[in-house]
Design a protein around this ligand. Structure first.
Ligand SMILES: Nc1ncnc2c1ncn2[C@@H]1O[C@H](COP(=O)(O)OP(=O)(O)OP(=O)(O)O)[C@@H](O)[C@H]1O
Ligand SMILES: [Mg+2]
Length: 461
């Protein structure tokens, strides 16, 4: 909905419009009507000069965009540089890092060429949207987050399951582009060069039963493929009255003309999912034959699922329930590996984003030094691997292990805590000893008792 103040009012509007002889009057009236509720909704009616504030905002956005364009025009990163950066945060996943580094360099090199030379944007170019496969918690989202941080582009993560074909129930797929605009602080021009990460993409595959939301899944795929290639999306949803009104007011008061639509040509789409059923489909296709490179189908093979997912083909995806034209728009595919206990220990010890660092910071907030010895780290990693939730298992184990310490120690004079294998054997007793008490602290919860007892026999992977 847009207000056109020069438009001849219809009869029904006459009465309404005659009440407001000028734009200033309407603005004042809206301010009175919406009051503080309006500002809570983000619809601000400042007491001062609205035009000046709008202009200031526009100028800041223009400046931010100009700086970004300058940066992309000078984009000269090499795939190895990106890989090296990712190595600092993400453990393992070397194939995914390689593939993503190349795709990102190619994409932003192409964007650079288009920015430097108008003609380049006319040349046919197939965008290298990426599909990441692999189990939960192994770094799929984390890889992309770090890439977006490195390149300095707007980034948004959306769940494929929240979209529906019509947008009546659930969101319209165009909303993911609007979310990207929000991630770019409302800077529509900047959002045109961002990255959209679509999680749980496997959930919009149709199963052969053609029931329930599967039909909708097909519709979502069809809508998505237009976006993934190139389409023009309204920057503001029709239902978003507040944004519509804000744009109209800015325009009517002579502010800069705001961009109303966003083109998705230079937005990179990265989709990801666990694709549980896919392994069986690949297995059936390759049969019990070796799938090349000395691969044998033995239950003791390392990360069997990964070995199969590496071999996935377009026909497997179609069998899984994807439309050929949809999966064709995700031409770059790479599988992520499961993380074993050794990898999880590596994450604790050497990832710059290690959860252990978070614990050090948390305790440091109370001026308590926290550390864990090597034996304890090995044990924590083993327990986390048993959780089968990837690196997320580390947080589960640490939380159980240190719940009471985090609660009790800040209220004591104790200035350091060291987690050892002994501590892990009986965290409640270890904490009592540390606090110099004979008995366990009253608040001790059963969860912290016997973290060790939850240990299942670690399956060799
Ligand atoms: N390979 C890894 N190296 C270092 N940290 C990791 C790795 N994998 C996961 N993590 C840690 O675990 C957290 C969760 O990982 P992430 O969100 O990337 O999982 P995911 O693969 O996207 O899982 P899901 O399929 O459930 O979305 C990350 O924020 C990161 O802290
Ligand atoms: Mg994820």
């Amino acid at each position: 909905m847009f207000f056109d103040f020069d438009r001849k009012p219809s009869d029904s509007e006459d009465k309404w419009k005659s009440s407001f002889s000028s734009f200033e009057e309407l603005k004042k009236h809206l301010g009175d009507v919406f009051g503080s509720a309006g500002s809570k909704l983000g619809f601000v009616f400042p007491a001062g000069n609205v035009e000046e504030k709008e202009a200031e905002g526009d100028n800041a956005k223009e400046k931010e965009f100009a700086e970004f364009i300058k940066k992309i025009k000078g984009f000269n990163m090499k795939p190895r540089e990106i890989r090296d950066f990712l190595d600092r945060f993400v453990i393992k996943q070397s194939e995914a890092k390689k593939v993503l580094s190349v795709a990102i360099c190619d994409h932003y090199n192409h964007v650079r060429r288009c920015l430097l030379d108008e003609e380049s944007s006319q040349i046919e170019y197939n965008k290298q949207n990426v599909l990441l496969l692999g189990p939960t918690g192994v770094g799929k989202t984390y890889l992309i987050k770090n890439i977006a941080k490195l390149i300095g582009v707007p980034f948004v993560k959306v769940d494929a399951t929240k979209f529906s074909e019509t947008g009546y129930v659930g969101n319209d797929v165009d909303d993911m582009i609007r979310d990207l605009i929000k991630a770019a602080n409302g800077n529509v021009k900047l959002a045109q060069y961002g990255i959209v990460f679509i999680d749980e993409i496997d959930k919009i595959a149709m199963s052969s039963s053609f029931e329930g939301r599967d039909i909708s899944g097909r519709g979502v795929q069809i809508n998505l493929l237009k976006l993934m290639e190139e389409s023009e999306v309204n920057a503001y949803a029709q239902s978003d009255m507040i944004s519509q009104l804000r744009v109209a007011m800015s325009f009517a008061s002579g502010g800069m003309e705001q961009k109303q639509s966003i083109n998705t040509k230079h937005i990179l789409f990265i989709a990801s999912g666990a694709f549980d059923r896919l392994v069986d489909i690949v297995k059936t296709r390759v049969g019990n034959k070796s799938i090349g490179f000395n691969f044998k189908l033995s239950p003791n093979d390392k990360d069997e699922a990964y070995e199969y997912l590496k071999k996935v083909s377009t026909t497997d995806f179609i069998k899984y329930g994807f439309e050929p034209e949809f999966i064709g728009r995700l031409p770059v595919r790479v599988a992520c590996e499961a993380l074993n206990a050794e990898d999880l220990k590596n994450i604790l010890v050497s990832s710059e984003g290690s959860i252990l660092k978070q614990y050090v910071e948390d305790f440091a907030g109370y001026k308590i030094k926290f550390n864990a010895d090597d034996g304890a780290l090995t044990e924590i990693a083993k327990l986390a691997a048993d959780e089968k939730t990837g690196a997320r298992g580390l947080l589960t184990i640490l939380e159980k292990l240190l719940r009471d310490s985090k609660f009790e120690l800040p209220s004591t004079n104790i200035k350091s805590i060291r987690v050892t294998k002994n501590f892990m054997a009986d965290p409640a007793k270890a904490l009592s000893n540390l606090m110099g008490k004979e008995s366990r602290p009253k608040t001790m919860t059963p969860a912290a008792n016997g973290v060790k007892k939850t240990t299942k026999k670690t399956k060799k992977t």
